[in-house]
Design a protein around this ligand. Structure first.
Ligand code: SAM
Length: 280
């Protein structure tokens, strides 16, 4: 396994994923009862945009850094930009840290809520454990996140979110692994909320996953996709998608508003597009 998220931290795909994660976690807070956040592929929790890996790709330049430069941040992105800004402010002038999904969750979860973070790579898991050493309700496991779902679900809180955000090193075969993991997870916890992030290169490679999702979760799925290039070549990351199972009420409106502003601010080479699909 070679994947290191530090090369991609803060890129357009992270912006979309983390802004949506905030909206999904926020949706649980309407009720006072605790919820559980499970991150199957957690990463190291925080990234340095001034670090060697981030500077090699400079992907954040066309992602979060464009948004941080805005004088007036559109409403659907405000909570996300505020969260990133507050992390940077903690580091003083020139702060360049960027929050991964566990640290985004840290900003949203209440004292009564719980997080379970799985990360397979030893050094990433070590960094993650160190980041949350003073946060007893955040549990870090160095293990396969897909496999962990069997042991973790259903959580005792009986409500919560599972984020599945794999590195897709297996390319389009990763979808079959995700389908199998979701199939078992849904059998254990059919009412859980699940969000799956996926890359888009060739649009046609995603179709079998869409069909599987609609068949397995009739009426309970939602798909939002963000493209910064046409999805007609397998040679680069053209966009990304998030599939949500058991989404919050009318979440398609939230996603649509978010994707609309992302298209306005994060297009590349004059191109941006969005697709939101949900059951009729
Ligand atoms: N969710 C993170 C975020 O948004 O900040 C980024 C995660 S990154 C896309 C994928 C992570 O999954 C990498 O850190 C990689 O080491 C880890 N990983 C790869 N295979 C895994 C597996 N089977 N179980 C758990 N973690 C895995």
């Amino acid at each position: 396994m070679n994947y290191r998220h530090a090369y991609h931290a803060g890129n357009f795909a992270d912006v979309y994923k983390h802004a949506t994660l905030i909206a999904l976690l926020e949706s649980f807070k309407a009720k006072a009862t605790p919820f559980c956040y499970v991150d199957t592929h957690a990463g190291r929790g925080v990234y340095d945009l001034d670090g060697e890996r981030a500077l090699k790709t400079r992907e954040a330049v066309d992602g979060v850094l464009r948004l941080l430069a805005l004088q007036s941040v559109p409403a659907p992105l405000r909570a996300y930009v505020d969260l990133v800004r507050s992390l940077r402010a903690q580091d003083g002038a020139g702060g360049q840290r960027y929050p991964g999904s566990p640290l985004v969750a840290d900003g949203l979860l209440r004292k009564c809520d719980r997080a379970v973070l799985c990360e397979l790579q030893a050094d990433e898991a070590r960094a993650l454990r160190s980041l949350f050493r003073h946060r007893p309700s955040f549990h870090v496991h160095q293990r396969d996140g897909y496999e962990a779902l069997g042991a973790l679900l259903p959580p005792r809180e009986k409500r919560g979110l599972v984020l599945i955000d794999p590195p897709f090193e297996a390319q389009k075969e990763e979808f079959r692994v995700i389908e199998q993991a979701l199939d078992e997870a849904l059998a254990r916890w059919p009412t859980g909320r699940y969000a799956v992030w996926y890359p888009i290169k060739l649009g046609r490679d995603i179709q079998p996953f869409h069909r599987w999702l609609k068949r397995r979760c009739p009426g309970k799925w939602l798909i939002g996709e963000f493209l910064v290039h046409p999805d007609n070549t397998g040679e680069r990351l053209n966009g990304c998608g998030l599939a949500v199972i058991n989404p919050p009420w009318q979440f398609e409106r939230t996603l649509d508003a978010l994707l609309n502003v992302l298209c306005r601010h994060l297009g590349q080479d004059g191109f941006a597009d969005r697709r939101v699909h949900f059951p009729d």
